[in-house]
Design a protein around this ligand. Structure first.
Ligand SMILES: *[C@@H]1O[C@H](CO)[C@@H](O)[C@H](O)[C@H]1NC(C)=O
Ligand SMILES: *[C@@H]1O[C@H](CO)[C@@H](O)[C@H](O)[C@H]1NC(C)=O
Ligand SMILES: *[C@@H]1O[C@H](CO)[C@@H](O)[C@H](O)[C@H]1NC(C)=O
Ligand SMILES: *[C@@H]1O[C@H](CO)[C@@H](O)[C@H](O)[C@H]1NC(C)=O
Length: 387
């Protein structure tokens, strides 16, 4: 995707500059959210990330904590935040007064300037097999919600948790989706909570895992949203042309099996790694660009799933940056849309890059870097003037 530098390069640059300036004045939102993970020691400062996010037109961010530096940097932006309470907090959060003081310390100071719409209490708790942690999940969610009620914040901030797709024991065909038997005792009361307080059921869904585990059986075009004949659910006659939609509908079916049709399923994480270990078949920049690029197109079309065509899919892409300190296989450190220096890992046609990124992906030339610096300063000044 390297551009040839010439007169048109500078025109392009100017065009980007104008577009970006315009987007500061009248930001209208892209339909997808993005996970801003920070398990890395080389990420740009939150104040620079603000510029990146604004230039992308992204208006929804999910954090794994309630990082005050991020919440402050996004003051007076029109970005909405999902903040996270890590699993290590769950035991304490079962105590209502500790839950209330956490909210008073970590949320309330930022709420007048930064939109925080949701707290995820724990991440993939059922996947840990830690019985104590699992038993603490709902009580922790209840006391966090109770604290929000006490503070008069429950109408603006919802409480939920994010699950691994592994909590399903069966996901195919989608209409037969069901939760793991051993988890039903925890999930049934959890669903009552979601239903009572109208909070969404969040799933982290990665068709990549299914492909990687079984590349000879799983069709790559089916998992990458490329044209393919699809597969028909024999119970409903609905045709699925991609795995992610089948996974979402399997979760709806599992919830319905427990008696609920009043809970919305949303995707708290999905993505595709641009790199992996040699045994991680399918991890490549081409596949990652195809997966995320096709997904973003479908989001822009406000598509629903076959079983719920009128409910547009609601998705947080994983992730904004590659995170160099994540443990596990190489893929874990390579889900980002961007390198920490702000260069896109691959081109998926997102408009509105920061000037630095346009340049960094085009050239290493020092004259150009100097120009990038001037433009960045200009944009920062513009931002400051707006505050
Ligand atoms: C939980 O509460 C105890 C006692 O107040 C405190 O010492 C501990 O640091 C808390 N744990 C976390 C993870 O915040
Ligand atoms: C948790 O338990 C399930 C079912 O027994 C098992 O399949 C899974 O591998 C376990 N996960 C972990 C992280 O131990
Ligand atoms: C932001 O979104 C609006 C509406 O979708 C679009 O017209 C505009 O070009 C976008 N700006 C950028 C920088 O992508
Ligand atoms: C920029 O420089 C690095 C290291 O010097 C090099 O690996 C890379 O290929 C260069 N990129 C371009 C687009 O010239």
């Amino acid at each position: 995707m390297a551009n040839n530098r010439g007169p048109s390069f500078f025109l392009t640059l100017l065009f980007h500059l104008l577009t970006i300036s315009a987007s500061f004045v009248q930001i209208s939102s892209l339909g997808f959210g993005i996970n801003y993970g920070q398990i890395a020691n080389n990420l740009p400062s939150p104040s620079r990330v603000v510029l990146l996010i604004k230039s992308l037109n992204v208006t929804r961010i999910k954090l794994y904590d309630a990082d005050p530096n991020v919440l402050l940097a996004f003051s007076n932006s029109n970005v909405q935040f999902v903040v996270g309470l890590g699993n290590e907090y769950l035991a304490n959060m079962t105590n209502p007064s500790k839950a209330q003081s956490w909210i008073q310390q970590h949320l309330q100071p930022y709420l007048s300037q930064t939109k925080i719409t949701c707290i995820t209490v724990g991440n993939e708790v059922f996947n840990t097999n830690d019985t104590q942690l699992i038993m603490n999940l709902l009580p922790a969610m209840q006391s966090v919600h109770g604290a929000l009620v006490n503070l008069g914040l429950d109408q603006q901030v919802t409480v939920t948790t994010a699950h691994s797709f592994n909590i399903l024991s069966n996901s195919y065909p989608p209409s037969s989706g069901s939760f793991r038997q051993d988890l039903l005792q925890y999930i049934q009361p959890l669903l009552a909570f979601h239903s009572q307080f109208n909070s969404p059921f969040l799933i982290n869904a990665y068709p990549f895992f299914a492909y990687k585990d079984n590349p000879s059986e799983v069709s790559l075009s089916y998992v990458l949203f490329e044209p393919n004949p699809g597969s028909i659910d024999p119970n409903t006659n609905l045709n699925y042309d991609n795995m992610l939609y089948a996974q979402i509908d399997a979760v709806y079916a599992a919830i319905k099996m427990l008696g609920h049709t009043d809970i919305e399923v949303r995707i708290s994480e999905t993505g595709w790694p641009s790199k992996g270990d040699t045994n991680e078949i399918g991890a490549s920049p081409e596949n990652a660009a195809t997966y995320n690029g096709n997904l973003l197109k479908r989001i822009e079309q406000k598509q629903g799933t076959p079983a719920n065509p009128s409910v547009p899919i609601d998705i947080y892409v994983f992730a904004l940056f590659n995170e160099n300190l994540k443990p596990g296989p190489a893929s874990e450190r390579n889900y980002g849309l961007y390198y920490p220096d702000g260069t896109p890992v691959y081109n998926i046609g997102l408009q509105g890059f920061l000037p630095e990124m346009v340049i960094a992906s085009s050239s290493n030339g020092s004259a150009v870097n100097f120009l990038a610096c001037i433009i960045t300063c200009f944009i920062s000044a513009w931002e400051l003037l707006r505050l």
